[in-house]
Design a binder for this molecule. Structure first.
Ligand code: SAM
Ligand code: SF4
Length: 328
């Protein structure tokens, strides 16, 4: 198992397939964002090569993300290639679910295990304001399609933003009473130096506040033991509920000490920590015919260079990359 210089086991690779998206969530990307041309993105063969190299050094857990991964025209091929690698234990995807009604069943057949779906509110007006260009109905239809296709357990990710959806957390949390879903509330993080970063700072809501709001409305939450040390979500259950409520609190309760993640950007860089700019290029090695062994060497170097953690409380984050380029 690859260990970094602080003794953390880094065995989870999040693969961003594309930086483009069909939505414009206000904290993630500006309306007129510019995207890398498709021809500059890693090909399915190159992504498979990186995943094979990762498996040889001990990675078992993989997640596809973006941007919106379902916008990749070759998504099914990528899933098939990764699912066929022996040693890939877990293959999941984070998505806004808009394309799942037409894709969910084929993704399952291709070997995808489960999806995390991004949905900030059950209120159609709030969804339209916060997750611009989305409709609640489209995302909900995507979640239903994922459940029907067996892309389970379903996890929902809701980013909480003041003045948008901070009151809607109660209805989202209530979903867990009847459904065995895992609804997770995420604190806003500022990335980059533009309007999304400013909004993420101005509209930040602490998960202490979100939890209090849920408990006032729905009753005391029962704390659950962590699924694993590296689980970034602190998990709870409402009395007699089928599902789980989680809080992901990178700002109020950083979990960097237990980080197990490496990120691969769509343009072929290992991005060492979500909230820092440090990267190592792997695409050049792939283009120059470097095989699995060379990629594994670069990956181990990336692990060794992983920073201890983020510096959000000192006012520092990424300068070069926004969330849609990294995948969360
Ligand atoms: N498009 C997919 C989606 O929305 O799930 C995958 C990519 S998106 C960048 C991954 C996750 O990042 C989403 O679940 C979203 O909630 C989260 N996210 C985006 N911008 C964020 C921000 N500024 N702070 C915290 N989470 C953010
Ligand atoms: Fe798109 Fe996901 Fe970013 Fe929203 S959070 S704009 S759905 S990439």
């Amino acid at each position: 198992m690859p260990k970094d210089s602080f003794g953390r086991e880094i065995d989870y690779l999040r693969i961003s397939l594309i930086d483009a998206c069909n939505l414009r969530c206000v904290y993630c990307m500006p309306e007129h964002a510019r995207f890398a041309p498709l021809k500059e993105l890693l090909t399915p063969t190159q992504i498979e090569m990186v995943a094979r190299a990762a498996v040889t050094v001990g990675y078992r857990k993989f997640r596809l993300t973006g941007g919106e991964p379902t916008l990749r025209p070759d998504l099914l091929e990528i899933v098939e290639r990764l699912a066929a690698i022996s040693g890939v234990g877990d293959l999941a995807m984070t998505t806004n679910a808009v394309s799942l009604p037409k894709l969910a069943r084929r993704l399952k057949q291709a070997g995808l295990k489960r999806v995390n779906v991004h949905l900030d509110s059950l209120n159609a007006h709030t969804v339209g304001q916060q997750m611009k260009w989305a409709t609640f109905e489209d995302i909900w239809a995507g979640i239903m399609a994922a459940e029907e296709a067996g892309l389970t357990p379903i996890k929902l990710n809701a980013v909480v933003a003041a003045g948008f959806n901070e009151g809607d957390v109660i209805d989202l949390a209530r979903l867990t009473i009847e459904r065995d879903w895992h609804v997770r509330f995420i604190e806003l993080m500022p990335l980059g130096t533009g309007e999304c970063a400013r909004l993420s700072i101005q509209r930040y809501v602490s998960n202490i506040e979100t939890r209090r709001r849920i408990e006032v409305a729905l009753g005391r939450l029962i704390e659950l033991p962590p699924a694993s040390l590296a689980d970034e979500s602190r998990n709870y259950r409402l009395p007699n509920a089928r599902g789980v409520i989680g809080f992901i609190s990178p700002v109020s309760e950083p979990y960097c000490g237990n980080c197990n993640r490496m990120r691969l950007t769509a343009d072929g860089k290992f991005h060492l920590c979500l909230l820092n700019d440090d990267e190592l290029d792997v695409k050049a090695a792939l283009m120059n015919g470097g095989g699995e062994e060379k990629v594994a060497q670069i990956l181990l170097k990336a692990v060794a260079l992983k920073p201890t953690g983020h510096h959000l409380l000192q006012g520092r984050s990424t300068k070069d990359r926004l969330m849609h380029q990294l995948g969360g």
